[in-house]
Structures are given as structure tokens and as C-alpha cells.
Design a protein around this ligand. Structure first.
Ligand code: ATP
Ligand code: MG
Length: 164
């Protein structure tokens, strides 16, 4: 089924609200509205939610997380940028593996399991897309979900009484 990107962002924001508030992290949403992909709304919200969770978990208090949408024609992007600890180059190709956690995360008192990004990669792949990262240690990271773009709703046949 068609999945509205605005809807999955709202879903994911809803789930992230408490964690963000606890660290006084502001979540900023920007970019193009009305983008549509195809697949499972709940899976895509989980994928985006995992990226937002990480952005919050691996950032200090009083920072900003930015969710940005973009339209590349046949593909759309949803990126999550944080002002957090960043990821060393040596870890960049490994963080999408199950159970892999980079050193600063491993030593964190409140640890995760290292599955979040493996799930994101799996969900992106299932939707004909992918996920990639760019990061600068000490400055922050950007994770981008790239997904196939559907033509906008206005192109759908929408019979109404008035037009029949
Ligand atoms: P889980 O998500 O299962 O609770 P996790 O967050 O450790 O645990 P992943 O989400 O798969 O697992 O992330 C893997 C590792 O990648 C993290 O442990 C952390 O080292 C690194 N990482 C992920 N996102 C970020 C980020 N936004 N900034 C810095 N490091 C990150
Ligand atoms: Mg995680």
C-alpha cells in the first residue's frame, strides 16, 4: 500500500518524544512534504524510529536532531542528522551488522543490543531502498533512508459525485 512519509515521521516523532524531552533535544523537521513510498507503514516508522532513537542516544543534552525529507524523482530520502558523538571511520562499515556496537556505545551504562541499525537495513532492503551514513567523530552523524518514490496522490483517479 502507499505510505505517506509525513505520516511515518509523525509516528516516529510520537514514539521519540519522551526520550528527546529527557535530554532537552529539539527535533526539527524540514524538507519536502507529501512524499509517498510503497510498503509497510509500521515497518518504515520502526526504521525511522530506530534512527531517531540512536540520534538521541548518541548525542549530548541540549542538541538538535534534524529530520529532512528530499525528493530525487524516482527516489526519496529521509535523513536524520544529529550533533552527537559521531562514528569513527573504522566502525562505519560495521555498525549495520547485528550486535555490532562502537566503543563509546559499548561502554555506555544504559546499553542497547546493537540490533537497531541491522533492522533499519533489513526494512530498507525489503522496501527496495537502502540506508547509508556519513559521520564526523565529535561533530555528528547523518543517516539517510533512500526509498522508491510513488507518484503523488493527485495523479490517482479520484471519482467524486460532482465529476461523474
Ligand atoms: P539498539 O539499537 O539495539 O538498542 P544500538 O543502538 O547499540 O542498540 P544500533 O542502533 O544497531 O545498536 O547501532 C549500532 C552502533 O552504531 C551503536 O552501538 C553506536 O556505536 C553506533 N551508532 C548508531 N547510531 C549512531 C549515532 N547516531 N551516533 C553515533 N553512533 C551511532
Ligand atoms: Mg540503536
Amino acid at each position: 500500500v502507499d505510505v505517506e512519509i509525513d505520516r511515518i515521521i509523525l509516528d516516529a516523532l510520537d514514539r521519540a518524544r519522551t526520550g528527546a524531552a529527557a535530554k532537552n533535544i529539539f527535533i526539527n523537521v524540514t524538507g519536502e512534504r507529501g512524499l509517498v513510498t510503497y510498503g509497510s507503514e509500521s515497518q518504515l516508522a520502526t526504521a525511522l524510529g530506530n534512527l531517531i532513537d540512536n540520534a538521541i542516544n548518541y548525542s549530548p543534552v541540549d542538541t538538535t536532531v534534524t529530520i529532512e525529507t528530499g525528493n530525487g524523482g524516482a527516489e526519496l530520502t529521509v535523513s536524520v542528522t544529529d550533533e552527537g558523538i559521531g562514528i569513527a571511520e573504522a566502525d562505519l562499515d560495521r555498525i549495520f551488522e547485528r550486535f555490532y556496537r562502537a566503543d563509546p556505545a559499548r561502554s555506555r551504562a544504559t546499553g542497547g543490543t546493537g540490533l537497531g541499525l541491522a533492522i533499519v537495513k533489513h526494512i530498507a532492503g525489503n522496501h527496495g531502498g537502502r540506508v547509508y551514513v556519513s559521520s564526523t567523530p565529535g561533530t555528528g552523524s547523518t543517516f539517510t533512508l533512500l526509498l522508491p518514490s510513488r507518484t503523488v496522490r493527485s495523479a490517482d483517479p479520484a471519482p467524486t459525485e460532482g465529476e461523474m
